[in-house]
Design a protein around this ligand. Structure first.
Ligand SMILES: [Zn+2]
Length: 556
C-alpha cells in the first residue's frame, strides 16, 4: 500500500518560512551553494532503488538542483507576483538546504541520492507560492534566470528539478515546459534532466519531450515527497552513468480531473498505484506516474495523465499506461466524497455527540491549497444559523479584520465585517458580527503532522476571535489546514472541540483523521467548487468530462 509505505519513511524535518527581503538580493546575485556531498551526514531514510550500477563512471557527477512550485488557479482574481512567492518561501542555495534539506521534501531526497553517489550538487533555489492566479512573466523570469545562468556558468552532468506541474503563466499555459525549454536551449538535447511533480500536475507533451525522467508523488495526502526525490535522483544517476537511456511517454483522457482528486487512501487509485508499482519492477521501467490533474486550470492540456519513464518497448509501456487511463475513464462516476450543502453539514454538526472525537467538516470548495481565497463565509454562516457550539473554524482569510483587531485589547467585544470580500459570487459575502477578541499573534507555526513535520509556516498577522462558542482563526495569508499545529499554536485545541470546521479538500486527513470521530465534506460554493459548470472555462478542449456529460453519456 503506497500510503503506508510512504508514511513509514517520513523523515525528521526542518522547515521553511516566509523570507526576508535579503534573500531576494541573494537570488539576483546568484548566491549559490556548493555541496561537497561526502562531507554531509549520511541519509536518514532508505532508498527503495538499488544503487549498484555497472558503469565506467559512478561518482563525481556535477548536478544542478532547484525547486519551483506553483499550482495556478486560472479563475483566481489574485495575480501571482514576487511577493506571493516571498510570502511562502524563496530560499537560495545554503538557506534552502538548511531549511528543507532534512525535511520531507523533494530537495531532501535529491540530497540523499547525491550523498549516496558522491555527487557535487549546486542547489540554486527553492521557491513556492500558495495557489493563486497566473504567474507574471517578470516573476517567472526572476525565478528561472538564476537556474539558466548557473547552467551557463558551470558544466553539469545532469539536472534535477522539484516542480509542481500546474504552473500557468500570463504568457504561456505551460510554466514547467517553458522552464525546461529555456534549459534545453542552453544544454541541448543530450543532458539528462529529471523532474519530480505533484500528482495534481497537468502534464504537457512539451514537459515529456524535454524532461527525460518524470516522477510524481504516489500519495494524496502527499506524504512521499522525499521518497519521490530519491527515486528521480536514482534514475538520473543511472542515466548519467550511462546504464540506461530513459524517455517518458504520456497518455491522457478528456477529463478535467481524475474523480476524487486522486485520493490514495481509499477508492480505485489504490489498485492503480499497485498496478503501477508492479509495472515499475520491470527492468526497462523506471517510474510510473499517475496524475489526477488540476481542474482549476483553464488550459488546453488539462486533466489526468499516466506517464511511464522507461526504455525499450515503448509500445508495451504505452499499452500499460492506456489500461490505467481506461480505468480512470471507465470509473469516472465513482465519486468518493459526499458533497453536502453547508446547511446539511451544519445540521449534522448541531446535534453531533463527540464521543469518539470531534466532527470534522472540510470546506472542500474554499481550499486555499487549490487557489480558494479562504474567505468564504457560507459554512460559518450556516454553523451560526444552526447554533453549532463548542467548535473551531479556520482559516478565515481577512487581513483587514486582522489589522482592525490588532489595535483592540484582548477580551474586548468588537463589531466586524468578516470574510467574503474577494469575490462574494463564490462562497458568500461578508458577515456582520459582534465578536470577542481572544488572542493576537504573528501567525507563525511549525508543523508536527505527517505532511509538514518540523516545517515552519506562517499565516501572517493572525487573530483568534470568538462568537458564541465558536472560535475562529482569522489570518492574513491564505493557507490550507493540514496540520493540528495550525490551530494549536494559536491556543485552539481541535481535540477538545465537538466540531472542527476547516478549509481543505483532502490533505487535512493525514493529521485530523486520527483525532476525528467523523468526517464530512461540504461545498460552500467557493472557487474550488466541484460544480465545474459554475466556472467560466474557455480554453479547455471540448468535449470534456464532466462539463459535456449528458444524461445518456459523454457527448462527443
Ligand atoms: Zn497536490
Amino acid at each position: 500500500m503506497p500510503v503506508k509505505v510512504a508514511r513509514e519513511v517520513i523523515a525528521s524535518v526542518k522547515g521553511c518560512d516566509s523570507v526576508p527581503n535579503r534573500y531576494v538580493e541573494d537570488l539576483i546575485i546568484l548566491k549559490s551553494f556548493d555541496i561537497v556531498a561526502q562531507r554531509l551526514a549520511p541519509p536518514t531514510g532508505k532508498s527503495s532503488i538499488s544503487s549498484s550500477f555497472p558503469s565506467n563512471r559512478q561518482t563525481g557527477f556535477n548536478v544542478l538542483t532547484a525547486e519551483i512550485s506553483h499550482e495556478t488557479n486560472s479563475f483566481s482574481l489574485q495575480e501571482t507576483d514576487e511577493q506571493a512567492f516571498l510570502s511562502r518561501y524563496v530560499l537560495t542555495g545554503a538557506e534552502a538546504i538548511s531549511e528543507r534539506g532534512e525535511a520531507n521534501t523533494e530537495l531532501a531526497g535529491f540530497l540523499d541520492t547525491g550523498r549516496a553517489h558522491g555527487w557535487q550538487i549546486k542547489h540554486v533555489l527553492s521557491a513556492a507560492a500558495g495557489p493563486s492566479g497566473k504567474v507574471r512573466r517578470t516573476t517567472f523570469d526572476w525565478l528561472c534566470d538564476p537556474i539558466v545562468s548557473m547552467i551557463k556558468q558551470h558544466p553539469f552532468d545532469g539536472i534535477l528539478l522539484g516542480l509542481h506541474g500546474a504552473m500557468d503563466l500570463d504568457f504561456s499555459e505551460d510554466g514547467e515546459g517553458e522552464l525546461l525549454r529555456r534549459i534545453r536551449e542552453v544544454v541541448g538535447q543530450d543532458m539528462p534532466i529529471a523532474i519530480t511533480l505533484d500528482p495534481h500536475a497537468n502534464v504537457s507533451k512539451q514537459m515529456c519531450d524535454l524532461a527525460d525522467i518524470i516522477v510524481s508523488f504516489k500519495t494524496y495526502p502527499h506524504v512521499d515527497m522525499r521518497d519521490t526525490g530519491r527515486q528521480a535522483g536514482e534514475i538520473l544517476h543511472r542515466t548519467m552513468a550511462g546504464e540506461i537511456k530513459p524517455h517518458t511517454i504520456r497518455v491522457s483522457r478528456p477529463m478535467l480531473e481524475e474523480v476524487n482528486g486522486g485520493r490514495t487512501d481509499i477508492g480505485p487509485m489504490i489498485e492503480r498505484m499497485e498496478a503501477a508499482a508492479t509495472y515499475e519492477l520491470q527492468a526497462d521501467v523506471f517510474a510510473v506516474s499517475i496524475n489526477a490533474g488540476f481542474a482549476s486550470a483553464d488550459i488546453l492540456e488539462v486533466g489526468p495523465t499516466v506517464l511511464v519513464t522507461g526504455q525499450g518497448n515503448f509500445a508495451a509501456h504505452t499499452a500499460f499506461a492506456e489500461t490505467i487511463a481506461d480505468d480512470i475513464w471507465n470509473r469516472r462516476h465513482e465519486v468518493l466524497n459526499d458533497y453536502l450543502s453547508v446547511d446539511e453539514a451544519a445540521a449534522i454538526a448541531a446535534t453531533y455527540e463527540p464521543t469518539d472525537g470531534p466532527l470534522i467538516i472540510a470546506d472542500y470548495a474554499d481550499n486555499p491549497g487549490a487557489g480558494g481565497y479562504g474567505d468564504s463565509t457560507e459554512l460559518l454562516r450556516a454553523m451560526l444559523d444552526a447554533g453549532v457550539g463548542n467548535a473551531c473554524f479556520g482559516p478565515m482569510v481577512d487581513g483587514e479584520v486582522v489589522q482592525q483587531l490588532h489595535s483592540v485589547a484582548v477580551g474586548e467585544r468588537v463589531q466586524i465585517l468578516l470574510g467574503g470580500k474577494t469575490d462574494a459570487r463564490f462562497g458568500g459575502g461578508p458577515l456582520g458580527l459582534e465578536v470577542e477578541l481572544v488572542s493576537l499573534s504573528d501567525g507563525h507555526f511549525t508543523g508536527d503532522g505527517p505532511m509538514i513535520h518540523g516545517l515552519k509556516g506562517s499565516f501572517g498577522p493572525t487573530v483568534v476571535i470568538r462568537i458564541g462558542s465558536i472560535e475562529i482563526l482569522v489570518v492574513t495569508i491564505a493557507r490550507q489546514i493540514l496540520d493540528l499545529q495550525q490551530f494549536k499554536t494559536f491556543g485552539i485545541d481541535p481535540q477538545s472541540k465537538s466540531v472542527v470546521a476547516l478549509k481543505s479538500m483532502q490533505h487535512f486527513r493525514s493529521a485530523f483523521e486520527p483525532i476525528s470521530g467523523k468526517i464530512i465534506v461540504c461545498d460552500s460554493g467557493a472557487l474550488c467548487t466541484p460544480h465545474y459548470e459554475r466556472l467560466p472555462y474557455r480554453n479547455v478542449p471540448r468535449p470534456i468530462f464532466p462539463l459535456d456529460e449528458a444524461e445518456n453519456g459523454f457527448v462527443s
